[in-house]
Design a protein around this ligand. Structure first.
Ligand code: SF4
Ligand code: FES
Length: 252
C-alpha cells in the first residue's frame, strides 16, 4: 500500500495505480475524457490535470491519467493553477468540436466558463444594412454581448419579408411558413413572427400582412403605382404574360 494525499485527504493506493484511478475509486472528481479503463492512457484531452510539487519544489500541473502514485505524493485537484489549465484544455477541445454536448456538459459540471458554440454569423451586417437601407424596417441591430457582437432583433419591427435571409452569406437566417404564420429566426432567437395573407389569384399563403401594409405605404405616392394587389409572384408573372399576349393579339 502507498499513502498519498489528495485535496488534504490521506488516501491509500496500490502501487502502479494512476492518480486518476485512485481519485475515481475514492469518488474524487477529476475531469477527463480520453481515459478508458481498457486502454493505455494517451494524455490527449489534457482535462485531467492535477497540481503536484515537482522534485525541484515547483508547483506544476500533471496529467492524472498518466501520473503514477508514489509514497507521500501530494495532489490538488481544484487549485487555481489546475482551474486555469482546465479552462484552456476545455476551450482547446471546444475549438475543435464546438457542438459537442458532452464536452459542454462536462465543462458545466466543473464550473468551467467556455466559449459559446459559434452560431454561423460572420458579422458582415448585410442583414442589418439591407433591412435599414432598402427595406426600411430597421428590424435588426448588432449588440455587444459577453461573447462578442451578435445580430439581434429589434422587437416588433420585422415585417417578415425575408430579405435578410436571402442576403445572408452563411444561410443562418431561416424563414419558415407554418399554420399561416411566417417565422424569421436565427439560432440565437426569433427575429419576427407574422401572420400570412392569401394570394387573391391562387389562394396560396404568400406574404405577411405587415409586409403588404409596408409595401402599400411605401409605394402609395409613387407615380407609376396605379393600384395595389394581393397576388403572389407566380400569379403576377402569369397575369403579366397574359396581358402581353393580349396586347400582341390586338396589335395583329
Ligand atoms: S446573420 Fe448573416 S447577414 Fe447577418 S451579419 Fe450574420 S452572417 Fe451577415
Ligand atoms: S484523461 Fe485525457 S489527458 Fe488524461
Amino acid at each position: 500500500m502507498i499513502n498519498i494525499i489528495i485535496d488534504d485527504k490521506e488516501i491509500s493506493a496500490v502501487d502502479g495505480q494512476t492518480v486518476l484511478q485512485v481519485a475515481k475509486a475514492n469518488n474524487i472528481k477529476i475531469s477527463h475524457l480520453c481515459f478508458h479503463p481498457a486502454l493505455k492512457p494517451s494524455g490527449s484531452c489534457k482535462l485531467c490535470g492535477v497540481e503536484v510539487v515537482s522534485p525541484t519544489g515547483r508547483h506544476v500541473v500533471m496529467l492524472s491519467c498518466i501520473l503514477k502514485v508514489k509514497e507521500g505524493l501530494v495532489v490538488k485537484t481544484d487549485s487555481e493553477l489546475v482551474k486555469e489549465k482546465r479552462i484552456k484544455a476545455f476551450n482547446r477541445l471546444l475549438n475543435m468540436a464546438p457542438d459537442s454536448v458532452r464536452i459542454r456538459n462536462l465543462a458545466r459540471e466543473f464550473n468551467v466558463p467556455v466559449i459559446p458554440p459559434p452560431n454561423g454569423c460572420i458579422r458582415c451586417r448585410l442583414c442589418i444594412r439591407v433591412c435599414n437601407e432598402i427595406v426600411g424596417a430597421g428590424a435588426l441591430k448588432m449588440v455587444k454581448t459577453d461573447h462578442g457582437n451578435q445580430v439581434m432583433a429589434v422587437p416588433g419591427r420585422c415585417i417578415g419579408c425575408g430579405t435578410c435571409a436571402n442576403l445572408c452569406p452563411t444561410n443562418i437566417i431561416k424563414v419558415v411558413d407554418q399554420d399561416n404564420v411566417r417565422t424569421v429566426s436565427t439560432k440565437s432567437g426569433i427575429i419576427g413572427q407574422l401572420a400570412l395573407e392569401r394570394c387573391e389569384g391562387c389562394g396560396k399563403m404568400y406574404a405577411s400582412t405587415n409586409f403588404l401594409k409596408h409595401v402599400t405605404e411605401a409605394t402609395t405616392l409613387h407615380p407609376d403605382t396605379r393600384e395595389h394587389h394581393k397576388l403572389c409572384p407566380t400569379c403576377i408573372r402569369l397575369m403579366s404574360n397574359r396581358a402581353l399576349t393580349e396586347k400582341d393579339r390586338i396589335k395583329k
